[in-house]
Design a protein around this ligand. Structure first.
Ligand SMILES: O=C([C@H](O)CO)[C@H](O)[C@H](O)COP(=O)(O)O
Length: 214
């Protein structure tokens, strides 16, 4: 089980400084979607240079141009790129083709997918290997959380690895660890914390205690 730090709202130098503070606790560093919009692949290159031992994820939430937009991230040094699970299966297959060509990985973000069981089967059939349950920021503001969707994903996924994101913090982490996802994604709980290092440590310790963390 890996801990993925999502960097969404920070400027480049602040994001690097925060990642340095929690470096020992995180396995994957996500260049979050707002960050990608703001800094582009420069942020991916910079983080790969500053954190060579970490896996970098470019959260592009690709909707079209799957091969090209995936390749931009892989050429910049990302290990993972994200595509939206609601997009055309042709785009997802194009992203998978780019990932295979570069020896990297594709994460399918299941945000706003209405029929998870059906889409999980379609995506696994297409060759998707990592599916991310995700309650987005706007959905969280309406009081939603990804725990129930994670249960559905764990029930229906046959082969894919499972990631989960959406407002997870040190107070709720035990509920998620109990379901044994492969990747737990945490953004604002750490980046907005008064003490980011403490929050990241508490989350990582909960993962280790459950015997899952790497
Ligand atoms: O992908 C994300 C969201 O769509 C904003 O870009 C976040 O990185 C993801 O939700 C994790 O962040 P938190 O929900 O703040 O933990």
């Amino acid at each position: 089980m890996k801990l993925q730090l999502a960097l969404d709202e920070l400027k480049l130098n602040d994001a690097i400084a925060l990642a340095q503070r929690v470096r020992e606790y995180v396995d994957i560093i996500e260049i979050g979607t707002p960050f990608v919009i703001d800094e582009g692949m420069n942020a991916v290159r910079k983080f790969k240079q500053q954190f060579p031992e970490k896996e970098i994820l470019s959260d592009e939430k690709i909707m079209d141009g799957g091969f090209l937009e995936s390749e931009l991230a892989f050429n910049a040094g990302a290990e993972y790129v994200t595509v939206l699970g609601v997009t055309d299966i042709l785009t997802i297959k194009a992203c998978l083709k780019a990932a295979k060509a570069h020896g990297r990985q594709l994460v399918v973000d299941m945000i706003c997918v209405a029929d998870l069981p059906t889409r999980i089967a379609e995506l696994e059939q297409a060759g998707a290997e990592i599916l991310a349950v995700h309650t987005g920021a706007d959905q969280q503001a309406a009081g939603r959380q990804p725990l129930d969707d994670l249960r559905v994903m764990k029930t229906h996924a046959r082969r894919a690895k499972i990631a989960v994101a959406g407002g997870i913090n040190s107070k709720t982490i035990d509920q998620y660890v109990a379901l044994q996802p492969d990747i737990i994604i945490v953004g604002s709980a750490i980046t907005h914390a008064a003490d980011p290092q403490l929050e990241a440590r508490l989350i990582k310790e909960a993962m280790l205690k459950a015997g899952g963390a790497e």
